[in-house]
Design a protein around this ligand. Structure first.
Ligand code: CP3
Length: 356
């Protein structure tokens, strides 16, 4: 099958620092609970994993934000915890408590039992969703595939769910570093194959979410998180349909490590709001594109205040190529969708002058 030509390639071009007519925008967690139409489909599907496993419904919720807003990219509806689930850890969600695993891994014996899941078997439902979404998008905008970083996946796998102090995963890391490295290696191989399978299925760009890299010391970040993301970047398919497949790395709270991240071979870095975009650009803008970085909480403010903040961020990046507008982290579930619209409209209105 030949895919229809891409009608809007601003997002892919900006990631490669090529010229665009206006700054492209998408929102982390753009499909989700702040949308009433998502809540309806979610209720129909039952639990969250059933929604991820239902190809038609996963496709539907991926497209929902694109019907409401003029976004420059779609992101696959799935979750970073699909890999550990496919490894047999038994992912489930308890109301109001976030993700949990029935079988966490806490020692070398459990870690040695893990193997790379089959991408078209245990994880075939993810690839089916990618194929269907790509077909349904009909070339309107590119599709982003994604994965968690090995370190971030390991935090959930060892803790057995979300955590505030990371005590169990850090215990493993400091008391049994060999076991930790063994785990991170299986995860890096899994993530590489997972992202390559998504690219083969039709993802036109991929992003690695390192939500918890920022809880590490600078040395530990390099040894336990960045080194494995770098290994993944080196193993990725970088071209599909005759176009480059850009890779974005995002370490939440990783602003102090942008130089090291830029040296990983990634095309772009996600930046959260704790780093000033002009500083980030001065430091690494010669090497990589930047994605970000409005505090998602600004969407609680009035549409006028949101527009002001968008202008401040556009000015902070300044003129020229290599900026993808986004929130600095996922959109909050309490946000009024009209405010998300004000955010996107403000980028459309104010960004063209930065590209003249
Ligand atoms: O961006 C998108 O719209 C695509 C879908 C997407 C989801 N999760 C859907 C989801 C993406 C890219 C993710 C990534 C993800 N998942 C991350 C990394 C990004 C980040 O926010 O830092 C992490 C750490 C997770 C793990 C996870 N999944 C948590 C902590 C939770 C529960 C908390 C929450 O936000 O609800 C999930 C569940 C989840 N993943 C939901 C959605 C829409 C909510 C499930 C529901 O409908 O109840």
């Amino acid at each position: 099958m030949t895919a229809p030509a891409l009608k809007n390639d601003r997002y892919l071009r900006a990631l490669l620092k090529q010229p665009v007519d206006r700054t492209p925008v998408w929102m982390m967690r753009q499909a989700g609970r702040y949308l009433p139409e998502y809540k309806e489909v979610r209720a129909e599907a039952g639990d969250f994993m059933s929604l991820c496993r239902n190809t038609e419904l996963a496709c539907e919720v991926t497209l929902q934000p694109l019907r409401r807003f003029d976004l420059d990219a779609a992101i696959l509806f799935s979750d970073i915890l699909t890999i550990p689930d496919a490894m047999g850890l038994g992912l489930y969600f308890e109301a109001g408590e976030g993700p949990k695993f029935k079988n966490p891994v806490r020692d070398m014996a459990a870690i040695k039992n893990l193997s790379v899941p089959d991408m078209e078997d245990e994880l075939g439902y993810v690839m089916d969703a990618v194929r269907m979404i790509r077909r349904e998008l009909q070339g309107e905008v590119p599709l982003i595939g994604f994965s968690g970083s090995p370190w971030t996946l390991a935090t959930y796998m060892v803790e057995g769910g979300s955590t505030k102090n990371f005590s169990k995963v850090k215990q493993l890391m400091f008391a049994e570093p060999e076991a930790m490295h063994h785990l991170l290696n299986v995860l890096a191989d899994s993530v590489t194959q997972y992202l390559n399978a998504q690219i083969a299925a039709g993802a036109q760009s991929v992003m690695i979410f390192d939500t918890w890299g920022g809880v590490l010391s600078p040395r530990d970040y390099k040894e336990f998180s960045l080194a494995y993301m770098e290994k993944i970047v080196q193993g990725l398919t970088r071209e599909a349909d005759g176009r480059k497949v850009p890779v974005t790395l995002f370490t939440k709270n990783g602003g102090q490590w942008l130089e090291a991240m830029a040296a990983s071979g990634a095309d772009a870095l996600g930046v959260d709001w704790t780093t000033d975009l002009s500083d980030a650009r001065a430091r690494v803008g010669g090497q990589v594109a930047l994605q970000g970085n409005m505090d998602p909480s600004v969407l609680y403010a009035s549409p006028e205040r949101i527009e002001q903040e968008v202008q401040t961020i556009l000015e902070s990046f300044g003129h020229g190529n290599g900026h993808v507008f986004n929130l600095g982290h996922g959109i909050h579930p309490e946000v009024n969708p009209e405010h998300a619209k004000a955010f996107i409209d403000a980028i459309h209105k104010h960004s063209p002058i930065y590209h003249k």
